[in-house]
Design a protein around this ligand. Structure first.
Ligand code: SDX
Length: 428
């Protein structure tokens, strides 16, 4: 019996609903028996007030701008950890010992190659196809190549397919880029780090050696950490819902990639940089801020606002610092960064954004860094998907290994016609 109860009065009836408490964050009203006892559903399109599951992976306090992965603050992980260590932490729940960390890196490294027939799969796409279209197609096709790890009831299968997905995403993403620019695919190089290997597969060419720049490798690795997981966001919820039917993990991650592609979600990093380029110079910022405030104008400031953060996105803080590091390392100056800094400053002093608690999110600065490193904007969301695969896979594992897991099947408020009889053509 839950200690705390919520009381729901409907007409003359009063119903007791258990209140469940987490380790931190909002309590939840357990409504699992609501329909059975009241004949009513709750109504929450967009799930703004709905907890879809229990999870021990990531905690966000939107009011305080806090993001924890297995209890560790994102700022500390970005500063002291690595993407591979964060991947281990998310999958296993604890930071690895040195030996565990080394073993994990070797395991992931050994899975970075793709089945060679998948190279032909790329030939079926147009060269100018969006990398996210390629990512959706190729990742979904992986289940046609790795039958030996699709029995989701087998923990070993779940482990192998998790490692395969995390390991192969950089190879798939790099190949999508190579295909778009007409350069030959670069095979993974096991002597490099996860992130260094990705940079070489993307920017290296067979005609010459590729030297990984440590500052760029570190910045890229940090960007992956910042994008690793984020509670029950739209794409993670998509992965969980797909997985709840028993679909294989490759198909579930392909579904997550499709959802992440949207400009309101993972596509915002590409949209944010395109917006900054469209603004072009600081003197044009007021016009765009006015457009963003105009209810009759669909324009929104890309990279601003968040469903959960009603304070500064802690990832944006780290991202802004990383811009400066990458610019110093590459000795680049990009006027778009000045536009971004000025836009942030003006928006954060504008009553509209203050009142609606709209702050820069993870996508506001990431595009500037990725562009400086050499990625085209079309690759930005593919990089987000590469990193978020760690979160998707960890969340999928958490759900599938929960014995209480059931297929997700929301209901609705029906507002269509009541029953009526079919009318033949000659009677219409
Ligand atoms: C990500 O969920 C996650 O965790 C996602 C993510 C992750 O790591 O997985 O953090 C990654 O998706 C970050 C968000 C990237 N998207 C963008 O930057 C696109 C621009 N942002 C907006 O589309 C919007 O802020 C959302 C979609 C992010 C959040 O939308 P909400 O929570 O549904 O907020 P809302 O649409 O209800 O907006 C509240 C008000 C509205 O005004 P009113 O109707 O109340 O008058 O704020 C306004 C909105 O019009 N508003 C904006 C705005 N975002 C919200 N006005 C101008 N510019 C914006 N960016």
């Amino acid at each position: 019996m839950a200690d705390k109860q919520a009381k729901l009065a409907i007409g003359a009836e009063t119903y007791d609903l258990p209140i469940m408490e987490g380790t931190v964050g909002p309590d939840v009203v357990d409504i699992r028996k609501l329909y059975g006892t009241t004949g009513m559903f709750t109504y929450d399109p967009g799930y703004k007030s709905t907890a879809s599951c229990e999870s021990a992976l990531t905690f966000i306090d939107g009011e305080e701008g806090v993001l924890l992965h297995r209890g560790y603050p994102i700022g500390q992980l970005a500063e002291h950890s690595s993407f591979m260590e964060v991947a281990y932490l998310m999958l296993n729940g604890e930071l690895p010992s040195q030996d565990e960390y080394e073993d994990f890196k070797v395991t992931i490294t050994r899975h970075t190659m793709l089945h060679d027939q998948l190279r032909q799969f790329y030939q079926g796409f147009r060269r100018d196809g969006h990398p996210m279209a390629i990512m959706c197609g190729v990742v979904g096709a992986l289940s046609a190549f790795y039958h030996d790890s699709t029995d989701i009831s087998d923990p070993e299968h779940r482990k192998i397919s998790s490692h395969r997905l995390i390991a192969k995403m950089p190879t798939i993403a790099a190949m999508a880029y190579k295909y778009s620019v007409g350069q030959p695919f670069m095979s993974p190089m096991n002597s490099l780090s996860y992130t260094g290997n990705f940079l070489r597969m993307t920017f290296g060419v067979p005609a010459e050696d590729y030297e990984v720049i440590p500052a760029v490798e570190k910045a890229m690795d940090r960007i992956f950490i910042l994008h690793a997981d984020h509670e029950q966001n739209a794409s993670t919820s998509t992965v969980r819902l797909a997985g709840s039917s028993g679909a294989n993990p490759f198909a579930c991650i392909a579904a997550g990639i499709a959802c992440l592609w949207g400009p309101a979600h993972g596509g915002a990093n590409e949209a944010a940089l395109n917006m900054l380029h469209e603004i072009g110079t600081p003197d044009r910022i007021p016009h765009y801020i006015e457009r963003a405030k105009d209810k009759n104008d669909p324009f929104r400031l890309m990279g601003f606002g968040h469903r959960v953060y009603k304070n500064y996105d802690p990832r944006a803080t780290v991202m802004q610092k990383t811009v400066r590091e990458v610019f110093d390392a590459l000795k680049v100056k990009d006027p778009v960064f000045e536009v971004a800094l000025r836009l942030e400053e003006m928006a954060l002093h504008d009553d509209y954004f203050i009142e609606k608690k709209l702050f820069p999110n993870v996508d506001f600065y990431s595009g500037i860094i990725l562009s400086a490193i050499g990625f085209p904007t079309t690759m930005f969301t593919a990089l987000f998907a590469l990193a978020r695969t760690v979160g998707w896979v960890a969340q999928w594992n958490e759900m599938i290994s929960d014995p209480a897991q059931v297929i997700g099947r929301p209901r609705q408020l029906y507002t269509g016609p009541t029953q009526r009889d079919y009318v033949p053509f000659d009677k219409r």
